[in-house]
Ligand binder design. Structure first.
Ligand code: KMH
Ligand code: ZN
Length: 289
């Protein structure tokens, strides 16, 4: 097995819920587009795919049948670790955000607090965060703690203190930076969060919009992992739209190699995230039942 600290986990978030297909034609929204995106990104060095669903009109959805279709199709054609978004769109109900877990992915995102989201609010009440966390453990889904602000780190710690370790026994977080309303995409903000994380946690970071490159460089320098993709970045360079998700993964992989922390294989990513063990359910204290 490769030394985890010397490799870089690359997660691709190819779609998101915020951009319209009509505005961003390269955004993958159909099952076929998701599959070809997944294949291209795996070849470029991604190990995890963070999946947002779109319906036949390319609108965000949390429809479980659609979720199963997309998750199964990606699994059939790649080895990628499939992480479903439980965040969905800011308009999604709590019940639909819980319900999408029925598609039985490897992992799911779990946002640890409310955050202003441009002119909207991404609402994540404490009781709902607890329900999502416990439901994921019940279903043997590995959470990725999505942290948009420093206070979300505190909430994640509160969750772990109250309910014990997640399924898989390992804590992996993603710092989502530069959302208008969340923490800025700066090295200073990144280090404030990293310094507050549990010592045993691993983390990735993504910078929205033009913060993507500074956040990527800061994360690599600080020993973190990377998330990239058109959920967060639709402009490759000033005035130049992103061609496809694979080119964002390629750029991240190139920078990871330059930092002498090359992309982790899917197998090593599974080991790091606690996805290699048998799927037994952890007890309250985090020990395997
Ligand atoms: N689309 C955002 C409102 C997640 O995927 O869990 C929420 C989001 C986080 O993207
Ligand atoms: Zn997302």
């Amino acid at each position: 097995m490769a030394d985890m600290a010397s490799g870089t986990l690359i997660t691709v978030a190819p779609t998101g819920a915020e951009s319209a297909k009509s505005d961003v034609p390269a955004l993958p929204v159909t099952v076929d587009e998701m599959v070809s995106t997944a294949k291209g990104c795996e070849a470029a060095g991604a190990a995890v795919i963070h999946v947002h669903l779109r319906d036949s009109d390319a609108k965000p959805t949390l429809d479980v049948a659609r979720a199963r279709e997309v998750v199964d199709a990606i699994r059939e054609t790649t080895d990628l670790i499939v992480q479903i978004s439980s965040g969905g769109a800011v308009t999604d109900s709590e019940e639909s955000r819980l319900g999408v877990l029925e598609c039985q992915p490897d992992g799911a995102s779990l946002t640890c607090g409310t955050v202003n989201f441009g002119t909207d609010v991404f609402l994540n009440r404490w009781e709902f965060i607890e329900r999502l966390y416990l439901e994921m453990r019940e279903r043997r889904i590995v959470p990725e703690f999505e942290l948009f602000d420093l206070g979300h780190v505190t909430t994640m710690q509160r969750l772990l203190d109250k309910h014990g370790a997640p399924y898989g026994g390992h804590v992996h977080c993603d710092l989502v930076m530069g959302v208008p309303g969340g923490m800025p995409g700066t090295a200073h903000a990144l280090m404030s969060c990293v310094n507050a994380l549990p010592a045993e946690a691993t983390w990735s970071a993504t910078g929205v919009g033009r913060t993507t490159i500074p956040v990527m460089l800061a994360a690599l320098a600080a020993g973190g992992h990377l998330r990239v993709g058109m959920e967060d970045t639709i402009t490759f360079a000033p005035g130049r739209p992103v061609r496809d998700n694979a080119e964002l993964v390629e750029r991240a992989a190139d920078l990871a190699r330059l930092a002498q922390r090359p992309p982790l294989s899917v197998e090593d990513a599974r080991d790091m995230l606690g996805l290699s063990q048998d799927r037994s359910i952890p007890t309250q204290t985090g020990a395997q039942a």
